[in-house]
Design a protein around this ligand. Structure first.
Ligand code: ZN
Length: 138
């Protein structure tokens, strides 16, 4: 694909340099049969260096995941070659099935079908805790 001109798709811009691969993994983009371009270490006047992900398909992306990895990233939705929507993000209050609880005694370790839910415990520190056992994420 021509990475400069997406006709229908999503451009995730202003990603903190080095975070694009984390985002790629958490969004599960490797499992999708669509063209994805990851552009790393782009020089940005505002940020110094940034990463960009271009998805050449109009697929739903999990804004909570992107907000968790980098709330300062911006989402551009492109249709027929025209930027139709710009979305900004914030740290999500809860994350469902994005992170896994590492506590071996957590109920999510024995009950396989339970959702892994984390809630934002401290916005400044970007700290998430398991809703079942209060264990910190990461
Ligand atoms: Zn837990």
């Amino acid at each position: 694909m021509n990475i400069d001109s997406i006709q229908n798709g999503i451009v995730i811009d202003h990603i903190k340099a080095g975070s694009a691969m984390v985002l790629y993994d958490l969004l599960g983009l490797d499992a999708l049969d669509v063209s994805v371009a990851i552009i790393k270490n782009v020089t940005s006047r505002k940020m110094g260096k940034k990463d960009i992900i271009k998805i050449d398909a109009d697929i739903p992306v999990d804004l909570d995941v992107i907000g968790y990895v980098d709330p300062a990233a911006t989402i551009n939705v492109i249709r027929d070659g025209v930027l139709v929507e710009k979305k900004s993000l914030s740290l999500p209050k809860t994350l469902t099935n994005v992170l896994k609880c590492k506590n071996p005694r957590c109920i999510t370790s024995c009950e396989q079908e339970l959702d892994h839910v984390f809630r934002l415990a401290d916005e400044e520190k970007k700290l998430y805790r398991c809703v079942y056992c209060e264990t910190k994420a990461n």
